[in-house]
Design a protein around this ligand. Structure first.
Ligand SMILES: Nc1ncnc2c1ncn2[C@@H]1O[C@H](COP(=O)(O)OP(=O)(O)OP(=O)(O)O)[C@@H](O)[C@H]1O
Ligand SMILES: [Mg+2]
Length: 375
């Protein structure tokens, strides 16, 4: 069992005020173990390629995909920080959001961007947008008089006048999948607005791809070019190095990091969680895993389908192929319809809870795997 309480603080801050260790947060420089979305380059470990792609990309549409906790939001926040950009967070809006709900998120992003020149431009250009001291507000009339298409046109005009590109990023873009006109507006902008670049980030890759439907002739985005950035987990070596540097930056001895990486794999969000809890709560690995698993169980409980639980359970018990999983589910259900089973299995892949490779299914996140065991 890893015991973080064994670490010896090399930082005088701790030895001088040992009591403070548990009152305030342990101070680290750089703070690799901060829990929120990061937006400082020096606090982000590695990810050079992805950052450079976001910082310099001139592609009309980029997708940024990866399972939960891999650092997508941090990459958006850091990589787009120095560009003319808006990051609109769609988390929690789906699956069938009203346009008003989505536009509210857009309005929030505009106002927190602090881009006053853009506020002014929008309020002059779109009659139903008014300018106030803290930003813009969209008229919430029925029917709505502000649309994504109008916003993209106005932003393009602003960018053209400023002589720069403008990036509109949607985090957890797949959440808007029930609102197809957004895809229409992006396609239209792709065709006519030379200065707008879109970045669409999502942790549920299958749903995001369905939403864009680049391969579907009926989709407005059919045949459009999309630059794909698929975020990978850290290698074992990078995970170890990340933990080592993270502890050292807090003046702490990196203890038993091998075991931590074995349990948490290269998923940076869990590694950060481990480092944070070790340093601030004196937690051991078992407690960190338990706490992370409880978080994940809450996420899994949001899956409402009939066979999800059994399918995941089957995979944790070693069933990997379609027929092995099917057999387990059939043995544990009264009536099993093949169509609903296939639908449930396919959905879990689209949600990225399961991964399918060479006809075999696996749970890509070790914490989700542990949580599924406890279902
Ligand atoms: N390269 C990195 N170096 C250090 N910490 C990182 C890095 N990438 C992400 N983190 C940290 O990992 C955690 C998860 O990051 P983030 O929220 O950006 O991931 P995400 O992929 O958007 O997760 P989710 O899918 O749950 O939204 C945060 O604590 C963040 O600070
Ligand atoms: Mg995120």
């Amino acid at each position: 069992m890893i015991d973080c309480s064994l670490w010896v603080p090399a930082n005088p801050y701790y030895s001088a005020y040992p009591g403070l260790l548990w009152v305030g947060r342990v101070k680290c420089n750089p703070d690799y173990f901060s829990l929120g979305v990061k937006n400082e380059r020096e606090e982000l470990y590695d990810r050079e390629e992805e950052l450079s792609a976001l910082e310099n990309s001139a592609h009309p549409i980029t997708t940024l995909t990866g399972i939960r906790r891999l650092g997508k939001s941090s990459l958006l926040a850091t990589g787009l920080k120095r560009r003319n950009a808006l990051v609109v967070d769609f988390r929690g809006t789906g699956p069938n959001p009203s346009p008003l709900f989505l536009l509210n998120r857009f309005e929030e992003a505009l106002n927190s961007s602090g881009l006053r020149n853009l506020w002014e431009h929008l309020s002059k250009r779109v009659s139903s947008i008014t300018l106030g001291p803290l930003g813009v507000s969209f008229a919430k009339t029925k029917p709505l008089t502000v649309s994504f298409a109008t916003l993209f046109d106005a932003i393009n005009e602003y960018a053209e006048r400023a002589g720069t590109d403008f990036v509109v990023a949607f985090d957890e873009a797949q959440e808007a999948r029930g609102y197809k006109p957004l895809i229409g507006a992006i396609a239209r902008s792709y065709d006519y607005n030379r200065r707008i670049r879109f970045v669409l980030a999502g942790s549920q890759t299958g749903l995001l791809n369905d939403f864009l439907s680049i391969q579907d002739p009926a989709s407005p985005l059919y045949g459009r070019y999309v630059y794909e950035l698929a975020l990978k987990r850290f290698s074992k070596q990078d995970s170890l190095e990340f933990l080592r540097r993270g502890f050292e930056a807090c003046g702490a001895e990196p203890l038993n990091i091998e075991e931590a990486v074995q349990r948490l794999d290269g998923i940076v969000g869990w590694l950060v969680y481990y480092g944070y809890m070790c340093l601030n709560e004196d937690a051991d690995l078992a407690r960190v895993v338990d706490s992370a698993v409880n978080l994940e169980l809450k996420e899994l409980s949001k899956l409402r389908g009939k066979y999800y639980r059994l399918i995941l359970k089957a995979v944790t018990l070693g069933a990997n192929t379609w027929s092995e999983i099917y057999r387990y589910v059939k043995a544990n259900t009264e009536v099993l319809s093949d169509a609903s089973f296939n639908e449930a299995l396919g959905r879990l892949v689209k949600y990225s809870v399961l991964e399918k490779k060479d006809e075999e299914y696996m749970i890509p996140d070790p914490i989700t795997n542990e949580a599924a065991r406890r279902l």
